[in-house]
Design a binder for this molecule. Structure first.
Ligand SMILES: Cc1ncc(C[n+]2csc(CCOP(=O)(O)OP(=O)(O)O)c2C)c(N)n1
Length: 380
């Protein structure tokens, strides 16, 4: 069967006539754009609100510094792990900024910057990655779900929330953020299928950063683009330059508007690149070449903004300095907070798990206590 052949459809389909072979929905408008939307360097940029462009720039610069400082904190043992979005800041910042206050964000583990752009305190957003027992922030306060470590599990959650909001008559849109590797998960399929069938006000943003740890996109998917996957579910697919912050903002704003007005879900693929390793626990030189990284550094989201906003007079030395100062102040706050943190008690790992600890947990607790005591003896 092709997408054009719906002979098996029943009369439940509006407008369907027995024997009709036409498509239920014309697939043409569902197909991704031929070329990724470009706003930077085109007349469209001049039509974008300068205040929005400046805010995007400021957040990109502060976000870049946040990524650098968090990575350094992993090397100092202050954070257990940090999946940096260096090079991907445009997606992170623009996506969160395109949401409205009443909307919900469902992030993956890499999307700390988007969580911060939603209004979560930048230090609190890192609580989970410190190895602390708590998630950190209150999801309800900023309508931001916890960072999801299992791939794509946040996508069906986003659909469920969006569908429930629609049933309740609330003008709420949900945004699920995923990586290219996440599109191979069953949860991704189920989420997109449900979203389209229920016409849920949800948008899926796939940051295609080229790799799922060491697996390149060519070994991840044979689809012409990840945005093409939308067609099979019956929703529009959009392909956007993910390093072009105003373009990401424009495409998502359009998708959110469609969802909010009852037009259903959209799948957006943003082409970007993970400039750093997968996390501090990964050595990216083992599976990719330096010249590939160098080429993407030339297409850096902050560089793009500087190149295009300077000639328009939207970006000047004052804003550059203000953004740099704000970034340094945040980095200093992160260092002060994370270095001052008192040592956590490893034994607290076993607290609040069960009202009555299981024999296995009691055994493990005793083992850990013995190891800690032995270690304390060595250091004495
Ligand atoms: C369900 C599940 N399977 C496997 C993993 C292990 N894992 C962690 S990150 C990752 C790669 C994900 O790549 P991608 O979705 O492209 O996101 P990126 O890390 O590039 O942002 C994998 C396989 C996981 N976290 N969850």
């Amino acid at each position: 069967m092709t997408v054009l052949d719906h002979r098996h459809q029943t009369a439940a389909v509006p407008g369907w006539q027995p024997g009709a072979t036409g498509p239920r929905t014309d697939p043409a408008p569902l197909l991704p754009d031929d070329s990724p939307v470009r706003v930077l360097g085109t007349p469209a940029l001049e039509k974008t609100d300068p205040a929005l462009l400046r805010e995007l720039y400021r957040r990109l610069v502060v976000g870049r510094r946040y990524n650098q400082q968090a990575t350094v904190l992993t090397k100092q043992g202050r954070l257990a792990v940090y999946p940096a979005t260096t090079g991907q800041e445009a997606c992170e910042v623009a996506a969160a900024m395109a949401l409205q206050e009443q909307d919900w964000l469902f992030p993956s583990y890499r999307d700390t910057l988007a969580v911060v752009a939603r209004g979560v305190d930048p230090l609190e957003a890192l609580t989970l990655l410190r190895g602390n027992a708590h998630t950190g922030y209150d999801p309800r306060a900023t309508r931001t779900a916890p960072l999801s470590t299992p791939l794509a599990t946040q996508a069906p959650h986003a659909v469920g929330l969006a569908h429930a909001a629609r049933l309740a008559g609330d003008p709420v849109v949900a945004l699920a953020m995923l990586g290219d590797g996440g599109t191979s998960e069953g949860d991704f399929h189920e989420a997109l299928n449900f979203a389209a069938v229920l016409n849920a006000p949800v948008v899926f943003l796939v940051q295609n950063n080229g790799y799922a740890i060491s697996v390149p996109l060519t070994q991840q998917s044979a689809a012409p683009s990840l945005a093409h996957k939308a067609v099979g579910y019956g929703m529009p697919g959009r392909l956007v330059d993910g390093n072009d912050a105003p373009a990401v903002h424009a495409v998502l704003t359009e998708a959110f508007e469609r969802a909010r007005s009852g037009g259903g879900p959209t799948l957006v693929e943003a082409l970007t690149y993970r400039v750093e390793a997968h996390t501090n626990a990964d050595d990216a030189t083992r599976y990719r070449q330096d010249d590939e990284v160098a080429a993407w550094r030339e297409h850096d989201p902050i560089l793009l903004m500087e190149r295009h906003l300077r000639p328009l007079g939207i970006l000047d030395d004052t804003l550059v300095q203000e953004a740099a100062d704000e970034a340094e102040a945040l980095a200093a706050r992160m260092r002060a907070e994370f270095h001052a943190e008192p040592e956590l008690d490893p034994m607290s790992l076993f607290a609040h798990v069960y009202a009555e600890p299981t024999p296995q947990l009691r055994e493990q607790a005793a083992q850990l206590a013995a190891e800690l005591a032995a270690e304390a003896e060595v250091h004495h």
